[in-house]
Design a protein around this ligand. Structure first.
Ligand code: F6P
Length: 345
C-alpha cells in the first residue's frame, strides 16, 4: 500500500521521530511511503517527496520537521470550494491509500473534516500546548516543559541576585499545561493560565506576602493565553489572525511586568520564552512517545482503522476517534492546579 505523511501547524520537537517511525514500520511491512511538504499546502498542491530509509536516517533526535509545516487551511474562506477537491485529486493522482496527519487541533480538525468527506486519514497528536482531548500527552509537550523549566531555573538565580520579580511568559493558547508543569517543576510563586482568569491584585498580594516573609524575589509564570478577570486590567486587542482564525498571542507578560512594578513598587522584568520552547532536540520521553505513535498510526492506516487518532492512555497506546479527540480542548486538571497553588505566595 502507499501512505503519505504530513506535518501541519506549529512545529515541535519529536515530529521527525514520528515520521521516522511511520516510515520504518511501513517499509518493514512492505508499504511505500511519501511525505507532503508544508502541511495541507503540500497536499493541495501535490508537493511531495519519497520517504526512504536513507531520507529518514539520523532524524530521530532532530528538532523541527524534515517535511516543513504550515498553517494552511484547505477549508478556509479562501480555499473553500477547491481545497477538498484538490486534496482528492492529489491522492488519486499519486494512488495514495491513506494520509497520516501529524498535528494539533487545527491540522487534525482538517483531518476530521476529510474523514467525514470519506478521505482516508489517521491522526497523530502533537502540540507543545498538550491541549488535545482523549490523550494523556501530545508530542512536544514534555520537551517544551523541560525547556521552560530549565529557563526558569536560570531566571531564578538572576532574580535572587537583583531582588526582582521575574515574569516568565510561556506558550499555551487555550490551556496552561506548560505553565503549570514548568511552574511546579521550577518553583513558580504564581502561575497564571487561560483556564483561570486572574485578578492582578491577588497576584500582587501573593508577591507582597512573600516579600513580607523575607523573600526578596519572586517568579511569576504566565501562559500566553492567560487573561485578566473582566474589568480589572486592559490587554492588547486586535492582533493578526492565522488561517484558522487564531489571534497571534504573546505580550501578556509585558502587561504584567508593568502592572506588578507599578502596583507593588518591586522592580520587575519579563522574559518571553516564545519559540525557544518549540526548538531543538526532543527529550527521550518525546522520542519514545513519537516512535510509539508513529508505529501505531501506520498499523491503524494499513489495517483500515481510518478516522482514528493514536493516543496515550496511562502507559498504553490506543486508538480513539478524531471526532472524540477534537470535541473540546483538554484543559488543565483543577486538582493539578490546586497542587501548584499550594506553593503560591
Ligand atoms: O502550536 C501551538 C502554539 O505553540 C501556541 O501556543 C502559540 O500561540 C502558537 O503555536 C504560535 O505559533 P506561531 O509559530 O504561528 O507563532
Amino acid at each position: 500500500m502507499r501512505f503519505a505523511i504530513l506535518t501541519g501547524g506549529g512545529d515541535c520537537p519529536g515530529l521527525n521521530a514520528a515520521i521516522r517511525a511511520v516510515v520504518r514500520r511501513g517499509l518493514r511491512d512492505g508499504h511505500e511511503l511519501l511525505g507532503f511538504r508544508y502541511g495541507w499546502a503540500g497536499v493541495m498542491e501535490g508537493d511531495l517527496m519519497p520517504l526512504t530509509m536513507q531520507s529518514t536516517a539520523g532524524i530521530l533526535l532532530r528538532g523541527g520537521t524534515i517535511l516543513g509545516t504550515s498553517r494552511t487551511n484547505p477549508f478556509s474562506a479562501q480555499n473553500a470550494g477547491h481545497g477538498l477537491q484538490a486534496i482528492r485529486q492529489t491522492l488519486e493522482h499519486h494512488r495514495i491509500d491513506a494520509l497520516i496527519a501529524i498535528g494539533g487541533e487545527d491540522t487534525l480538525g482538517v483531518a476530521l473534516k476529510l474523514h467525514q468527506a470519506e478521505v482516508p486519514v489517521v491522526g497523530i497528536p502533537k502540540t507543545i500546548d498538550n491541549d488535545l482531548g482523549e490523550t494523556d500527552a501530545t508530542i512536544g509537550f514534555n520537551t517544551a516543559v523541560q525547556i521552560a523549566a530549565d529557563a526558569i531555573d536560570r531566571i531564578h538565580t538572576t532574580a535572587e541576585s537583583h531582588n526582582r520579580v521575574m515574569v516568565v511568559e510561556v506558550m499555551g493558547r487555550h490551556a496552561g499545561w506548560i505553565a503549570t508543569h514548568a511552574g511546579i517543576a521550577s518553583g513558580g510563586d504564581a502561575i497564571l493560565i487561560p483556564e483561570r482568569p486572574f485578578d492582578i491584585e491577588d497576584v500582587c498580594s501573593h508577591l507582597r506576602r512573600r516579600h513580607q516573609r523575607g523573600r526578596s524575589f519572586s517568579i511569576v509564570v504566565v501562559a500566553e493565553g492567560a487573561k485578566p478577570r473582566q474589568g480589572t486590567i486592559e490587554t492588547r486587542v486586535g492582533a493578526a489572525q492565522d488561517a484558522f482564525g487564531h489571534e497571534r498571542l504573546g505580550g501578556i507578560g509585558v502587561v504584567l511586568e508593568h502592572e506588578i512594578e507599578h502596583r507593588t513598587g518591586y522592580e520587575t522584568r519579563v522574559t518571553i520564552l516564545g519559540h525557544v520552547q518549540r526548538g531543538g532536540v526532543p527529550t527521550a520521553f518525546d522520542r519514545v512517545l513519537a516512535t510509539r505513535f508513529g508505529v501505531a498510526a501506520i498499523d491503524a492506516a494499513a489495517q483500515g482503522r481510518l478516522g482514528s487518532m493514536v493516543s496515550l492512555q496511562g502507559t498504553r497506546i490506543v486508538e480513539v476517534s478524531l471526532r472524540d479527540a477534537l470535541r473540546e480542548p483538554k484543559l488543565v486538571d483543577p486538582s493539578l492546579y490546586e497542587t501548584a497553588a499550594t506553593f503560591f505566595g
